[in-house]
Design a protein around this ligand. Structure first.
Ligand code: GCV
Length: 843
C-alpha cells in the first residue's frame, strides 16, 4: 500500500462529489506560511447550538483547519491571545467591547476588521454575524489575509429562494417541478423526510451567500402541506434551517379551505374562509415561531384564486397578509397571472400574454396590505433566454416587489448546457426603466429606494435535489453562488464572482480560473445564438419538456409564447399603433424606444415587431441571414467547450473533471441539433437560402435512411426538422437487432472524427455499436436519462436527439461503416445520421 501511495503524483486532487460546493475549505497553496497570521482561537459570543453565532464559531474552526491545516479552538467568552471574535453588535457590547466607532449596519449587515493580527466580526443580528464569518472564510480560502476594516449591508431585505418541490413523485414533473438534480431533499412519498441532513447542508450553502429564507414546496401547491403531520414535518425542516439563520416559508394552494378544511367555499371574503386561514396561520406560528411567510400562485395555469369568486387579486393577497401580520410574516403574491384558456392568437392579432400581468394588477397598487410583496418574473412571459424587463415593475409604486429569477435552467438547457446566467441578470438589474423620466434601474426599484419602500428584493427558483452536485451539474452551481451574491450586492461583477467561485470550488490554478471564465462568460450569448435570437425567445418545445428545439410548438396554441412566423414574416407586433399595445405599458421614454423597429435594439426586435425575413437589422444583415449565422456561431462556440475543459485534466479531481467533460461533450452535440433544427425550420418556411450555403448542405454526412438497412426501417420524425433529412431509422420491432451500412467511397484514406447522431429516449436503454470494416470503434448505451438529469422525454424529437463522436478514427477508402442497434424496452435504437469529418471540421 505504501508503495502505491508513494507513486501517486503530488498535488493530485482527491475525488470530490460536489456536495460542499464552494464551501470545501480545501488547503490553499503554501497553507503553512499563513499560520503566523491566523489566530488559533475563535470566540463565538453565543453558546446556544441553534444560534447562527454558534454556527459561525463552528464554521470558522472548520474553515481555518481545512484551509490552513491549523488547529483552532472555539470558546464562548474572551480569552488570552489573538482571536477571531464573532457575535452580534449587542452581544459584543455586553462583553464590554466598544461599539462607538462602528459604521451603520442594517438588518443582516455585518462589520469586519482584520487589523492587528486579530479578527472581529460583528453582525447587526445573529445571522449577520454568520454572514460575516462566511465572508471572512471566503477571503481566507482565497489566500487573502490583508488587513481590512469595513461594513457590508445587504442591498435588499428579501433574499429568498423558492423550491418547486412536490410532496411526492408523480405527474409530468417527478418530485421537483423543473428540477434537474434528483428527488426532493425535503419530501418523500407525501410527507417530510425523516433524514433532513441535506436540508441543513442546503441552509449552510444558502447562508454563506446571504440568503435568508426558503419556500420549500412548489407554487403549484398541494393542500396536504398544511395537514397536521406535514406541518410537524415542516417544523423539523425549520429546525434544520435555524442554526443558519434561514427562515422557512410555504407555498399555498388557494382552495385549501375547501380541499383540506372541508368548507364549501374558498372565497377570500367569506368569514369562515378568513377564520380558517387565521387558525391555520396561528397553528403554523405555534410550531415555527420564526416562520417567514407565504408564497401564492393564484389564477394562473389552472390554479384557483380570488378571481374564481370575482374578487380581486388584492382581496386574495390581503386574506393571507392579515393572517400573517400579527406574527410579522409577509406574503409573496406572484404576478405570474394569465389565463391561457382565453388566449387566441389566430383570431386576434391584439391578443398577448405579455400584457396580462399589468392588466391583472391594474388599479390595485393602493389596495394591498403593507406586508404584501408582489413577486414578478424578470420578463413578461416566462424565463426566456432574452426578455425585456417586465413593465409591471413600473406600475407598482406603493406595493413592494421582488424580481423572480430562475437558477434552475428550465428553458436554458436544464443544467445539460453550460449557461452562466449572471451576465443576463446584470443586464436586467441595470436596465433603466426611466419612470417619470428619472433614473430607475430595476435594482433601485427592488431595493425600495426608487419608490421609498421598506420591503423588496429577490426570489430565485433554485430546485436543488438529492444529487450530490445539488443542481445536477457542477458548473451550474456558479449560478446559485452568484445569485446570492448579486441579491446582496447587485453592483457585483458577474466575472469577478465567477472567478471567486472557481477558486473556492475548484482550484487556485490560474488556468482553471481563466478557462472556466472564458467558457462561462461565452455561454449565455452562445445559448441565445443557437436557441433563439433577436428576441424571438427560446424556441424550445413548449408543449413538452421545455427542452430541445421545436419552433413550431410556439404557435397555434393558447400558451401565448407566439412568434407569428409564416412564409414571409416573423415576430410579435407589440406596438401601440398596430399591435398588441404591450410597448405602451412602459414609461414614455422606453415605450417610444420599443415602439419603432429602428430604435428597438436588434436583440429584442422580434419581441416587439413583426417584420419580413428580409428586414435589415441595424447590423446591416437580414433577419433570416442573422438567424443562420447566429446559429452557426453559437453552436461553434459550444464546440470549443469540451476542448477548453480538456486542458484542465489533472488540475482538478478526476471525478468532477469527468462528470463535466461528459456534459460539455453532450452540449456540443446538442448545440448542433439546435442549429440544424432551427435553421432547417426557417429555411423550409421562408424558402430563403443561406448566403453561405451551409443550411441543408452537409458534405460529410450520410443519412441513416440512405444506408443499407437490415432489421432497421426508416421513420418520419416529427417535427420534421428534428431529423437530418426528415427521417431517422428505428429497429423494425422491439426485439430485432438492426444494422445500417455504407461503404465510405467518398472518403480518402486517413484519420477522421466519426460522429453518430441518434436519439436517446427515456423509455429504454438501447445499445449501439459503430464498426469500420472489421474493427469495432465503439459501443454505447442510450442511458442519458440516468446520466444528465434533464426532464425525461419519450419521443423521437429535438429533445432526445444527441450525438456521440469518436475522434481520430483510421479509415481506408471504401471501408464499410456499420451501425448495429439493439433496441431495449420501448426504445428502438434510433439513428439519424453519421458524419465522417476530417479532423478539425465539425458538422
Ligand atoms: C411552477 C412555467 C413553468 C411551470 C411553472 C410556472 C410558474 O410555466 O413551466 O412549471 O410552474 O412557470 O412559474 O408558475
Amino acid at each position: 500500500m505504501l508503495a502505491i501511495l508513494l507513486f501517486l503524483p503530488l498535488g493530485l486532487a482527491a475525488a470530490e462529489t460536489g456536495i460542499d460546493a464552494w464551501l470545501r475549505y480545501a488547503p490553499i497553496p503554501d497553507a503553512e506560511s499563513y499560520h503566523g497570521s491566523i489566530p488559533s482561537i475563535v470566540v463565538a459570543l453565543n453558546d446556544s447550538q441553534i444560534s447562527p453565532v454558534y454556527t459561525a464559531g463552528q464554521e470558522l474552526q472548520q474553515g481555518i483547519n481545512g484551509i490552513f491545516g491549523k488547529d483552532c479552538t472555539v470558546q464562548y467568552e474572551g480569552g488570552d491571545g489573538p482571536s477571531v471574535t464573532v457575535g452580534t453588535v449587542a452581544g459584543y457590547a455586553e462583553t464590554g467591547g466598544s461599539i462607538d466607532e462602528l459604521p451603520e449596519l442594517v438588518d443582516d449587515g455585518f462589520y469586519m476588521s482584520t487589523v492587528g493580527g486579530e479578527a472581529l466580526i460583528l453582525g447587526q443580528n445573529e445571522r449577520g454575524a454568520l454572514y460575516g464569518a462566511f465572508h471572512y472564510l471566503e477571503l481566507l480560502a482565497q489566500g487573502n489575509v490583508t488587513e481590512l476594516a469595513f461594513a457590508s449591508n445587504p442591498d435588499a431585505p428579501i433574499r429568498w429562494v423558492n423550491q418547486w418541490d412536490n410532496l411526492r413523485d408523480g405527474g409530468t414533473h417527478g418530485s421537483i417541478e423543473r428540477g434537474y438534480g434528483g428527488h426532493s431533499i425535503f419530501f418523500w412519498d407525501g410527507v417530510v423526510r425523516d433524514d433532513l441532513t441535506r436540508a441543513s447542508q442546503y441552509a449552510r450553502l444558502l447562508a454563506s451567500i446571504g440568503i435568508n429564507a426558503v419556500i420549500v414546496n412548489n407554487v403549484n401547491a398541494n393542500e396536504t402541506i398544511l395537514n397536521e403531520t406535514n406541518l410537524d414535518g415542516v417544523a423539523r425542516i425549520a429546525d434544520a434551517f435555524r442554526p443558519y439563520g434561514v427562515q422557512l416559508g410555504l407555498s399555498l394552494y388557494f382552495a385549501s379551505p375547501e380541499a383540506l378544511g372541508g368548507l364549501d367555499t374558498f372565497d377570500p371574503l367569506n368569514d369562515t374562509v378568513v377564520e380558517w386561514w387565521n387558525d391555520k396561520t396561528n397553528q403554523i406560528y405555534e410550531k415555527i415561531p420564526d416562520f417567514a411567510g407565504y408564497l401564492v400562485k393564484a389564477n394562473s395555469e389552472g390554479q384557483p384564486g380570488p378571481i374564481t369568486y370575482n374578487r380581486t387579486l388584492a382581496d386574495g393577497a390581503n386574506l393571507f397578509a392579515r393572517a400573517l401580520k400579527p406574527h410579522g410574516g409577509i406574503i409573496m403574491f406572484r404576478a405570474f397571472v394569465y389565463d391561457h384558456e382565453s388566449l387566441n392568437q389566430t383570431l386576434n392579432w391584439k391578443a398577448d400574454r405579455a400584457n396580462a400581468a399589468v392588466e391583472f394588477f391594474d388599479g390595485l397598487d393602493d389596495q394591498f396590505e403593507d406586508n404584501v410583496v408582489v413577486q414578478i418574473k424578470y420578463g413578461p412571459i416566462d424565463f426566456q433566454v432574452r426578455e425585456p424587463v417586465s413593465p409591471l415593475f413600473t406600475h407598482l409604486v406603493k406595493t413592494p416587489v421582488t424580481v423572480e429569477l430562475q437558477i434552475t435552467q428550465e428553458y436554458l438547457g436544464q443544467q445539460c448546457h453550460l449557461v452562466y446566467l449572471p451576465p443576463m441578470w446584470k443586464e436586467l438589474l441595470d436596465f433603466d426603466l426611466r419612470v417619470d423620466s428619472q433614473p430607475s434601474p430595476l435594482s433601485s426599484i427592488l431595493n425600495g429606494q426608487r419608490f421609498n419602500r421598506k420591503l423588496g428584493g429577490y426570489a430565485g427558483v433554485v430546485n436543488v435535489g438529492l444529487n450530490e452536485t445539488w443542481l445536477g451539474s457542477h458548473l451550474s452551481m456558479s449560478n446559485l453562488y452568484a445569485y446570492g451574491k448579486m441579491a446582496w450586492d447587485p453592483t457585483s461583477s458577474p466575472e469577478a464572482l465567477l472567478n471567486t467561485w472557481t477558486k473556492l470550488t475548484f482550484s487556485h490554478d490560474q488556468e482553471v480560473i481563466d478557462t472556466i471564465a472564458d467558457m462561462s462568460m461565452a455561454s449565455w450569448p452562445a445559448y441565445e445564438n443557437y436557441t433563439g435570437n433577436l428576441g424571438i425567445q427560446t424556441l424550445t418545445d413548449i408543449l413538452n419538456a421545455h427542452y430541445g428545439p421545436n419552433p413550431a410548438s410556439q404557435d397555434g396554441n393558447p400558451w401565448g409564447q407566439w412568434t407569428r412566423a409564416d412564409a414571409t414574416t416573423i415576430g410579435m407586433d407589440r406596438t401601440v399603433w398596430n399591435g398588441t399595445g404591450f410597448s405602451g405599458q412602459y414609461p414614455s421614454e422606453i415605450a417610444a424606444q420599443y415602439e419603432s423597429p429602428t430604435t428597438t435594439p436588434d436583440n429584442l426586435l422580434l419581441w416587439f415587431h413583426h417584420v419580413p425575413y428580409t428586414y435589415r437589422l441595424r447590423s446591416g444583415q437580414t433577419v433570416i441571414q442573422h438567424f443562420y449565422d447566429a446559429h452557426y456561431a453559437g453552436s461553434a462556440t459550444a464546440q470549443t467547450f469540451p476542448t477548453q475543459w480538456s486542458r484542465l485534466q489533472g488540475k482538478i479531481d478526476a471525478e468532477r473533471f469527468e462528470a463535466q467533460r461528459f456534459r460539455l461533450e453532450y452540449q456540443a452535440g446538442h448545440a448542433l441539433v439546435w442549429r440544424d433544427s432551427i435553421n432547417n425550420f426557417y429555411h423550409n418556411k421562408s424558402g430563403i437560402a443561406d448566403q453561405q450555403g451551409r443550411v441543408g448542405n452537409h458534405a460529410y454526412r450520410v443519412e441513416a435512411e440512405d444506408m443499407a438497412l437490415d432489421g432497421y426501417v426508416p421513420y418520419a420524425v416529427s417535427p420534421v426538422e428534428a431529423a437530418s433529412g426528415g427521417y431517422c431509422i428505428v429497429t423494425s420491432d422491439n426485439s430485432t437487432r438492426g444494422a445500417a451500412s455504407v461503404a465510405l467511397e467518398r472518403w480518402e484514406s486517413g484519420r477522421y472524427d466519426v460522429a453518430v447522431n441518434y436519439y436517446d429516449l427515456a423509455i429504454g436503454n438501447s445499445t449501439w455499436e459503430l464498426w469500420i470494416g472489421e474493427e469495432m470503434v465503439g459501443e454505447w448505451k442510450g442511458d442519458l436519462e440516468y446520466r444528465i438529469g434533464k426532464a425525461p422525454v419519450f419521443y423521437i424529437d429535438g429533445q432526445t436527439a444527441t450525438r456521440i463522436t469518436f475522434r481520430g478514427v483510421e479509415v481506408t477508402k471504401g471501408d464499410v461503416l456499420k451501425i448495429v442497434g439493439v433496441p431495449d424496452g420501448q426504445e428502438p435504437a434510433p439513428v439519424d445520421y453519421i458524419s465522417v469529418l476530417p479532423e478539425g471540421v465539425v458538422d
